[in-house]
Write a protein that binds this ligand. Structure first.
Ligand code: NAD
Ligand code: ZN
Length: 363
């Protein structure tokens, strides 16, 4: 299956399917100008889990740079090491970088590609469910010790090759985390789809064909938004649904405390509570969503570990603060997002409501 992504700056395709690595790389190389070298960036976990399949099925010669796993690869140190690797391998502007891994590898590789010799081509080969989101749309970044994703660029890949074969080695926690962005894509686009997801018994045990169709639907939502607004001036902000409060709790929990998607689902419930005030979302719906997410193992107990004052200190650091107020994505109805600026005092009120609701629902 192919999904076109047409941004203002570039056009490319997402190819998704099972066991497609070889055919997708072959057809990509027919389309791209000749490259002098292929360098694969990956992380230790991804390489341990999928390196054999990758090497057996990748149809061309390549060099591999194996990085520290997950978020650790988005450090300044690793960013420098990655450039050093390219320099030592005499890479030129005609060299092609491959990001083989989850969102962390994708973000790091994209930013290295954006900056090595002022920009070389790169391809995303995502290996997590979450990366159906992060691999599409061209946001690349590394972390600063003061905050996540603060250093980065918009830089589109030449293609995204999503071989869902790689997903089979993901831990249950990573599947749960990744499904958060699928749920988010449903929430901003399609009430029926969200209801279908909420009827699934176990979000971490979806049969692979069904999962592939959800991932395709999620990519289509993202591709449509990115086509309209590549650099987040308007509708692309909708993709941040759940991420304002989510990022605050993710930051409070510190490195390794919460997976990104776990924090996002916690943020989605917060967003629903705000949407009851500013939109037409009902308390009944918020409760049923919370019940569904709680039943599926999203770690809502995290909320009670932090005071609002702790979360507040992270909320105000958010990139989405504009002229002092917090910019939240809210829902008028499911599938119909809008942006609303909210004062910190109201954030505190909703936080209190949230804690009371958790006591009521998550027993
Ligand atoms: P990740 O890349 O850290 O991967 C999660 C963990 O799973 C890591 O330990 C990784 O080594 C391991 N892993 C990855 N694939 C595996 C596989 N197939 N089998 C076994 N283990 C595997 O995290 P993620 O959840 O994919 O992405 C989160 C990152 O993405 C964050 O850094 C976040 O900032 C970024 N992100 C970026 C965007 C964007 O638009 N650029 C959007 C959302 C998130
Ligand atoms: Zn996210």
């Amino acid at each position: 299956m192919k999904i076109p992504v047409n941004t203002a700056s570039h056009q490319y395709e997402v190819v998704i399917g099972n066991d497609i690595l070889t055919s997708a790389i072959d057809s990509l190389c027919e389309q791209l100008p000749k490259v002098d070298k292929i360098i694969v960036f990956t992380d230790q976990n991804v390489w341990d889990a999928g390196g054999d399949y990758f090497s057996e099925n990748f149809p061309l010669p390549f060099e591999v740079f194996v990085m520290p796993p997950g978020e650790e690869c988005k450090s300044f140190e690793n960013y420098k090491a990655a450039h050093t690797f390219l320099i030592n391998n005499q890479c030129t502007r005609k060299s092609l970088l491959m990001a083989f891994g989850g969102g962390a590898v994708g973000d790091l590789t994209g930013f290295v590609a954006a900056t090595y010799m002022r920009g070389i081509p790169f391809v995303q080969i995502p290996t997590t469910i979450l990366a159906h989101d992060s691999a599409v749309g061209g946001k690349t970044a590394i972390n600063h010790p003061e905050g996540k994703n603060l250093i980065g660029a918009f830089y589109q890949p030449k293609a995204v090759i999503y071989d869902i074969h790689f997903l089979s080695s993901l831990s249950e926690r990573e599947v749960r985390s990744g499904m958060a962005e699928v749920i988010k894509h449903a929430m901003i686009s399609d009430e029926k789809w969200l209801q279908e997801l909420m009827l699934i018994d176990s979000i971490t045990n979806i049969p692979s064909d069904q999962l592939a169709s959800y991932l395709k639907a999620g990519i289509e939502v993202k591709a449509k938004i990115v086509a309209e607004d590549e650099t987040e001036q308007s509708v692309r902000k909708y993709l941040n649904l759940g991420h304002t409060y989510g990022h605050a709790i993710e930051a409070a929990a510190g490195y390794g405390g919460l997976a990104h998607g776990e924090a996002v689902v916690i943020g989605l419930v917060y967003t629903l509570l705000l949407s009851e005030r500013y939109g037409k979302v009902t308390r009944e719906f918020t409760k049923s969503f919370l019940q569904f997410a709680y039943n599926n193992g999203y770690p809502f107990e995290a909320v009670s570990k932090y005071t609002f004052e702790t979360l507040e200190s992270f909320l105000v650091k958010d990139k989405k603060v504009e002229y002092g107020d917090l910019q939240f994505v809210l829902l008028n109805t499911i599938g119909n997002p809008f942006i609303q600026s909210i004062e910190i005092s109201e954030c505190r009120e909703i936080d209190l409501e949230y804690r009371a609701l958790l006591m009521e629902v998550c027993k």
